[in-house]
Design a protein around this ligand. Structure first.
Ligand code: PGA
Length: 253
């Protein structure tokens, strides 16, 4: 078992209403009970904006954090119908924010726009979970390293505070598909990402790198063998307290 801090970050996507507080409550209870592991694990649930304030207020003796899943880049109020900015999310109680998720990139979010969002969220002192990853076609064409390097370079700036940035490597072909990389392959990609981040940020404290894509309570034991991974971004399985808790438990088994 590792002594290094590991992140377990849930991404609820477009899921959940007020009655789903029970999921968060169970995960929080588990997190409180397993305090012997608390030094080593950090649990974050990134939920829809509609739930952040309510859930945050209801959580007692909390040992988990709440995050958002995206924001508008504009830092102040403005004519952006339907949008919410980082400052509004921070005021609701969000501590983390997912930015650059492939589902948003697929809707037209560019690296340049993601960078603006990162800047606005850093300005609010939010912890950023910055997602990168290649499509299946890019993987087939052996473009994985090229793509992720470009994504890193075009959205991160060497001046950013590395203590507030977590990178989540999520191969797009692996999200929600039950397809995962070979352990050996994943190790190489994670090391490559860490090397690129080190080149960019030089002597600053190292950026944490997570893996995401079809993580579940069975395959987590494979991933736990890769010490380079600092944690996981968990989509579908985070919508069930049992599945999410089993992932954490099995990781430390
Ligand atoms: P998944 O999603 O765990 O359902 O594959 C991961 C993500 O989109 O962050």
């Amino acid at each position: 078992m590792t002594n290094k801090l590991k992140y377990f970050i849930g991404n609820w996507k477009m899921f959940g209403d007020i009655s789903d507080f029970k999921i968060i409550q169970s995960i929080n209870k588990f997190s409180n009970k397993s305090r012997n592991l608390i030094q080593k694990k950090r649990i974050v649930l990134c939920i829809p904006n509609t739930l952040i304030y309510n859930f945050k207020k209801k959580l007692r003796s909390k040992s988990i954090s709440i995050g958002a899943q995206n924001c508008h880049y504009n830092q102040t109020n403005g004519p952006f119908t339907g949008s919410v900015n980082a400052r509004m999310l921070k005021k609701l109680g969000a501590e983390y924010i997912i930015l650059g998720h492939s589902e948003n990139r697929a809707e037209g979010e560019s690296s340049k726009l993601i960078k603006k969002k990162i800047i606005s969220a850093l300005d609010q002192n939010l912890n950023i979970i910055f997602c990168i990853g290649e499509t299946s076609k890019e993987k087939r064409n052996k473009k994985t390293f090229f793509v992720i390097k470009k994504q890193i370079k075009s959205s991160l700036n060497k001046k950013f505070n590395t203590n507030k940035i977590i990178v989540a490597y999520e191969p797009i072909w692996s999200i929600g598909t039950n397809k995962i990389l070979q352990v050996k392959e994943l190790k190489v990609v994670i090391s490559f990402i860490k090397k690129e981040l080190k080149k960019l940020f030089k002597a600053k404290s190292p950026v944490k790198v997570l893996y995401g894509g079809s993580v579940n309570n069975n395959n987590i034991s494979l991933f736990s063998r890769i010490s380079e991974i600092d944690g996981f971004l968990i989509g579908g399985a985070s919508q069930s307290s049992k599945k999410f808790i089993d992932i954490v438990k099995n990781y430390y088994k």
